[in-house]
Design a binder for this molecule. Structure first.
Ligand code: A2P
Length: 287
């Protein structure tokens, strides 16, 4: 088995590297730049940031300083919840591009289904058609919210980036996304360090059997479910380890053992929580 990072086809004919580095909660210039540089050195070609994370500027700097060409790295950012409306969405996108120091973005996502997302999507469609964004998608959308969006959309989202880990597997939404040709992208694939998936006895037993780490078992499980994964780490050894998940495989029985761990336990907000969505619009994502 080879160890290359595969790319998955998107519904618009483009491709996305199946593994990327996530930089949520990395809010220091040195940590962000180191993490991105270590990832690129280890072979990652996909970085996932957001306006809300406040680190776009350092992501852009690290990519430039890596010596790689802009077109060699797939970069995602996200529109924060307080940025709604056609003009405001375009302005927020331009602020993201300016912070990154780019003249186009590989993928732009609506971060949460906070009210007003249909109008934001219309602006993103125009930026997509103008070539400023290569791929547009959503994050944290439930099936009902995607159905609402698609009533007025003229471009289908390419991905839905949603919380997914062994204790919160999102099987119903996963099946729906598959019927729509929308790729499932997993945030907090390791459970965000807030639950004990990494020390779960089933996971640690499988790790011992394959002579890999618990994190590698979990990431491999995601990859075999045809998900895109964006694990976060600020440690060089872990970043390298998380990349090394393409030279072994889990068999059907092992996949079932992990499937049985689903407990419906979120670590993040519930996208159906309208009070939280409204409240999240009261602070700006543009730091
Ligand atoms: P750190 O940044 O200190 O390495 P997720 O991507 O699911 O949100 O998980 C991120 C959490 O898991 C972070 O706390 C990160 O910590 C930790 N983490 C990332 N990779 C590994 C790994 N290979 N082994 C153990 N913990 C990891």
């Amino acid at each position: 088995m080879h160890n290359d990072i595969p790319s998955l086809p998107l519904n618009n004919g483009n491709q996305i590297p199946q593994l990327g580095l996530g930089v949520f909660q990395v809010d220091d210039a040195t940590d962000t730049k180191n993490a991105v540089k270590w990832a690129l050195k280890a072979g990652y070609r996909h970085i996932d940031t957001a306006a809300y994370y406040g680190n776009e500027q350092w992501v852009g700097e690290a990519i430039r300083e890596s010596g790689l060409k802009r077109e060699d790295v797939f970069v995602t950012s996200k529109l924060w919840n307080s940025d709604r409306g056609y003009d405001q969405t375009k302005a927020a996108f331009q602020a993201t591009l300016d912070k990154l120091g780019f003249d186009y973005l590989d993928m732009y996502l609506i971060h949460w289904p906070a009210p007003g997302y249909a109008e934001s999507w219309r602006a993103m469609e125009d930026l997509y058609k103008a070539g400023k964004i290569k791929n547009i998608g959503v994050s944290n959308f439930q099936q009902s919210q995607l159905e609402t969006l698609m009533k007025t959309a003229t471009v289908k989202p390419v991905v839905d980036q949603i919380e997914t880990h062994p204790y919160f597997q999102q099987n119903d939404l996963h099946a729906y996304l598959e019927t729509q040709g929308i790729l499932h992208e997993a945030w907090s694939p390791l459970g965000g360090g807030k639950n004990n998936a990494l020390t779960d006895p089933i996971i640690t037993e499988l790790a011992a059997a394959h002579d890999v780490s618990a994190a590698q078992i979990i990431l491999r499980w995601h990859v075999q479910r045809e998900e895109i994964v964006i694990p976060k780490s600020v440690h060089e050894a872990r970043i390298a380890q998380n990349r090394d998940i393409f030279a072994f495989g889990l068999d059907e029985d092992e996949m079932h053992q992990i499937a049985d761990l689903d407990a419906g336990k979120r670590v993040g907000p519930n996208p159906d929580d309208e009070a939280w969505l409204k409240q999240s619009q009261s602070y700006s994502g543009r730091k």
